[in-house]
Write a protein that binds this ligand. Structure first.
Ligand SMILES: Nc1nc2c(c(=O)[nH]1)N[C@H]1C(S)=C(S)[C@@H](COP(=O)(O)OP(=O)(O)OC[C@H]3O[C@@H](n4cnc5c(=O)[nH]c(N)nc54)[C@H](O)[C@@H]3O)O[C@H]1N2
Ligand SMILES: Nc1nc2c(c(=O)[nH]1)N[C@H]1C(S)=C(S)[C@@H](COP(=O)(O)OP(=O)(O)OC[C@H]3O[C@@H](n4cnc5c(=O)[nH]c(N)nc54)[C@H](O)[C@@H]3O)O[C@H]1N2
Ligand code: SF4
Ligand SMILES: [Mo]
Length: 900
């Protein structure tokens, strides 16, 4: 039989659901001979202009995150499964009663940059056009809202001037508050391939700064001073494009006046950087025409983030470096569809299709929608919105595709507010999240691979996400759920869509509706797509907006003609007075806590946390500490520590590293109560916000740190059912466990879970096991081994049920992979062998090819002297390339040691 008869493959071109690079993904389903479960193969889509076939480690691991385990598969009302009729009736009647009794401003939606444009569009339409309130906000408030506010101030529209080809063409890329090597890896690889000079502005050393030509480790929050100083320098040293300033901008002299006091000496002092280095950066910027500024959360997540964005844009306007190849102020989006949300009006201060709440626009959108009740003004922004939930003003809230109990500043207070709110509806694809635990009604949503619609990436490029998997269980698409509730609220006619293509056509038509110079010109215009057929929608080729009669094939770059979206067509300079972070250090809280992302995890890990291999790079909540602080506070590397702010506590393992500056800490944001004990970083942050954008100051939190002394550590392996029992007891604060366990986190493994425990006293494993297995009903055999390093336990029937290894030193616990294997292998003839001879653990650097730090260090010791050489020898870095910065860092340290 020919091989082709055995296998049949179906390929679907879609888009990655993670970061704002928006890489094209080719998902191939290969059915197996004999009808076995189809295998999904994920590859980069060679045809997609964002990535041209490449994927980073998160994208290439997408297949490992699929599957029904842990999914929300049925609606749940007050903790019990229910049918859809009951769920939808409940949602609609709670909203209807609340609105009728307390008015439309007593309800709210909190949405997400991970919804598809079509989902976002109908949610926004329902709230702003039919329920009649502006109370729709989104997690993009925590992410992009300062970038939006700054673009609008300077350019007259939320319109990203640049595109990815500018990164290929740039001779200098200034990365400000961006760890792109980890957070936008495919774009970072493009910059590297183009051999542009890279300058990184970041208070800490990162994988990105490791690969840069220059790293300015500025004082946290001091970016605006750095760029005011640059504007001053550009003026002093003749780099202004006076023609551009005169013909295409306004407010230059006021802006320059505000910047004039920022001499290089003053900036060097304020930002705590070396004067010569600062001057070298200023000179590089001055002398390099093709300069792109690439900025992200280090500037956005600030109580003065809008000004910081404008201070960067000012320097591009002053030099005329905008709208030209290789140039521009490029705000890079985080989420896969942050841009789509901005386009439909997902932010509370926007109405729809880039229109805000002017009288004309309210009338215009009202006529287009044939709206029952138009919102008359902006709604509450995220922090205000959850404050209103707390105060009781908002009595019903529907949260979709975001996890605010983890990601909002002062996260514990947000969770508490939700718990006492009369109606909380949560739509998610995953059953157990911290936010889901606050819900009255849980609605099972489809997710990546199952749902269908469009997303817009950082360069304004609209691409399709396509379904290639069936809906699991009873899950429904977000747009369907919203429309079903809208119908029950009595708005059936306006929400009668046959599918996402229908919604997309309406969205496209609204973007072009009365969009002209006379009635108000809007940047977001995809009117040429308003009549596309279902077939064209299905085979949509990625396009950059505007896509209209003048530009039917899309628009790669904006503002090439120097015509801006302000009423007089001129871009605006904005005078900036640099502000310090509002969360200031003081005696009780002497350190600044910074936070951000890890290479292999996505946000609250509801998806990436399912792929075992993505946890190889880093599996535990951690805090990065400078050696000086470590010494001062008595902290050793890998020790458990407690970080405390005015608002809350965070536990994690210390990573002592000179990449932090003294006085500053850094923690990854990914862990939550669902995955670990006391590991929600945002619980520390005070909810200070930017006065214009409402974006919270998440990057600079005043904290203190102290070691947490554990009696000992344990690694515990359990099969799924018993692991879930342990997990729910840990979360419920079960007393005997609480008295013994100081800290825990869990890792999903094939066949069960591994728990890592820090113990406050010697546990009675027998009692813990008896308790856990009480309902098990099976007779279990027990093996115990007492070694000088610690106690080891095995409970088994015909298979392994529980394995425990303990040690006074966490780092001497054995290799976890070897232990995990025992879950899926037959028991050895002598089961006690499982307790013996397990090798020590190894940290993975290359997740794709499973190459550990130890292997790389050994190869360097044997003479390997470059990333490429190590790739040839061990394979590391040869698949997605996301680990190359770390391999390079290992080379630098190890070669330096060898030479030194
Ligand atoms: N692997 C991975 N990639 C992701 C995500 C993910 O969860 N995981 N999430 C996506 C999303 S939604 C977003 S928004 C992006 C975020 O992408 P990035 O903004 O690149 O990521 P962060 O790690 O949040 O922060 C970037 C850097 O800002 C620095 N920083 C902190 N304070 C300051 C400051 O005062 N000034 C300056 N100049 N820098 C500062 C931090 O030290 C950090 O290195 O990533 C996207 N990509
Ligand atoms: N301290 C600190 N806090 C931060 C940040 C920081 O840097 N520091 N960064 C902030 C930023 S930039 C961001 S973007 C946020 C991110 O924070 P969140 O948005 O809260 O985090 P996610 O884990 O992405 O939440 C997405 C949820 O949607 C679910 N989901 C996935 N697909 C679908 C779908 O198709 N439909 C539905 N209904 N649900 C789905 C997932 O299971 C998950 O529960 O965190 C912010 N908070
Ligand atoms: S860079 Fe990685 S996470 Fe971002 S879209 Fe591409 S494959 Fe997905
Ligand atoms: Mo984000």
């Amino acid at each position: 039989m020919a091989l082709t008869e055995l296998f049949s493959a179906r390929k679907s071109c879609t888009t990655c659901p993670y970061c704002g690079v928006g890489c094209g993904v080719a998902a191939t389903q290969e059915s197996q001979p004999g009808g076995g479960e189809a295998v999904i193969r994920i590859q980069g889509d060679e045809q997609h202009p964002a990535n041209k076939g490449k994927l980073c480690v998160k994208g290439s691991s997408l297949a490992d995150t699929l599957g029904n385990h842990g999914r929300l598969l049925k609606p749940r009302l007050h903790g019990e499964d229910c049918d859809w009729e009951t769920a939808l009736d409940y949602a609609a009647s709670q909203f209807r009663e609340t609105i009728d009794t307390y008015g439309p401003d007593s309800v709210a939606f909190y949405l997400s940059g991970q919804l598809l444009t079509e989902d976002y569009y109908v949610a926004n339409k329902l709230m702003k056009g039919f329920i009649g309130t502006g109370n729709v906000d989104t997690n993009s408030r925590l992410c992009m809202s300062s970038a939006v506010a700054a673009y609008k101030r300077a350019l007259g529209a939320d319109a990203v001037p640049c595109n990815y080809e500018d990164l290929d063409e740039a001779e200098l890329v200034v990365l400000i508050g961006s760890n792109a090597a980890w957070t936008h890896p495919i774009l970072f690889q493009r910059m590297q391939a183009a051999q542009a000079k890279l300058v990184v502005v970041d208070p800490r050393g990162s994988a990105t700064s490791e690969m840069a030509d220059m790293h300015l480790a500025i004082t946290p929050g001091s970016d605006a001073a750095l760029f005011n100083g640059l504007l001053h320098y550009l003026t002093e040293f003749g780099a202004l494009d006076q023609g551009f300033i005169d013909n295409h901008t306004e407010n230059f002299s006021d802006t320059l006046y505000a910047a004039a006091e920022w001499t290089p000496e003053k900036v060097a002092d304020y930002c705590a950087v070396d004067l010569d280095e600062l001057l070298a950066f200023y000179e590089l910027f001055r002398s390099t025409e093709k300069t792109t500024s690439f900025y992200s959360q280090g500037v956005n997540q600030s109580s003065s983030g809008t000004d910081k964005n404008n201070s960067i844009i000012n320097c591009h306007l002053a030099t005329g470096r905008i709208g030209k190849p290789g140039c521009g102020p490029f705000s890079i989006t985080g989420q896969p569809n942050a841009m789509g949300g901005r386009e439909v009006g997902g932010l509370a201060n926007m109405l729809a299709a880039h229109m805000d709440f002017t009288e004309d626009n309210i009338d215009r959108v009202g006529r287009f929608w044939n709206a029952a009740k138009m919102a008359q003004g902006p709604g509450l922004k995220a922090v205000e919105l959850f404050n209103a939930v707390e105060s009781g003003q908002i009595k019903a809230v529907w949260i979709m595709a975001t996890n605010p109990a983890v990601s909002m500043p002062d996260a514990r207070r947000v969770a508490a507010a939700l718990k006492k709110c009369p109606t909380v509806i949560v739509s998610d694809c995953v059953a157990d999240t911290d936010t889901a635990r606050c819900a009255d009604l849980l609605l099972p949503a489809t997710t990546w691979g199952e749902k269908s619609g469009t997303v817009t990436n950082s360069e304004r490029r609209i691409s399709r996400q396509k379904s290639f998997l069936p809906k699991p269980g009873e899950a429904r698409h977000d747009w369907e759920i919203i429309c079903d509730v809208a119908k029950r609220l009595g708005y059936g006619e306006a929400f009668d869509y046959q599918g996402p293509a229908d919604i997309f056509r309406e969205h496209a038509a609204l973007s072009g509706f009365e969009n002209n110079r006379d009635q108000g010109r809007r940047a977001f215009d995809i009117s040429a797509l308003a009549t596309i057929s279902d077939q064209e929608y299905n085979f949509f080729t990625p396009l950059q907006w505007p896509v209209n009669a003048a530009n039917p094939n899309g628009t790669a770059r904006l503002f090439s003609d120097g015509d801006f979206y302000t009423p007089n067509g001129r871009a605006r300079f904005v005078a900036v007075d640099p502000q310090c972070p509002k969360q200031e250090t003081r005696d009780e809280y002497p350190l600044i806590m910074n936070s951000g992302r890890l290479r292999d995890q996505w946000h609250t890990m509801t998806r990436t946390g399912r792929a075992r291999k993505l946890l190889d790079h880093s599996e535990a909540p951690e805090v990065h500490v400078h050696p000086q602080e470590a010494q001062e506070f008595g902290i050793e590397d890998a020790q458990l520590v407690r970080v405390e702010s005015e608002k809350g506590q965070f536990f994690g393992r210390a990573r002592v590293t000179a990449s932090q500056k003294p006085g500053q800490l850094f923690a990854p944001i990914h862990w939550s109560d669902s995955l670990a004990h006391n590991a929600t970083v945002s619980a520390l942050a005070l909810p200070f916000t930017d006065p214009l954008s409402g974006q919270p100051e998440l990057k600079q939190v005043a904290v203190n740190i102290a070691p947490l002394n554990a009696h000992s550590y344990a690694c515990l392996l359990l099969r799924t059912k018993t692991a879930e029992e342990l997990h729910s007891r840990l979360q419920a604060g079960d007393k005997p466990l609480r008295q013994t366990i100081l800290h825990w986190y869990r890792v999903p493994v094939e066949g069960g879970y591994r728990f890592e425990l820090a113990l406050s006293k010697q546990p009675d494993w027998q009692a813990i096991a008896d308790n856990l297995f009480a309902l098990h009903g099976k007779q279990l055999n027990r093996q115990r081994l007492q070694l000088p390093s610690g106690e080891r336990w095995l409970l088994h029937s015909e298979q392994m049920e529980l394995l425990v290894f303990t040690s006074a030193d966490w780092q001497t616990l054995p290799d976890r992979k070897t232990l995990e294997d025992a879950l899926n292998k037959p028991l050895p003839a002598m089961p006690a062998q499982l307790l013996q001879n397990v090798p020590a653990g190894a940290q993975m650097v290359c997740t794709c090819l499973q190459v550990s730090r130890k292997q790389i260090e050994a190869a360097i010791a044997d003479g390997a002297a470059s990333v490429d050489e190590l790739g040839e020898l061990l394979g590391c870095g040869t698949n997605c390339g996301s680990c190359k910065p770390e391999i390079s860092a290992l080379l630098n340290t190890n070669l330096a040691v060898a030479v030194g």
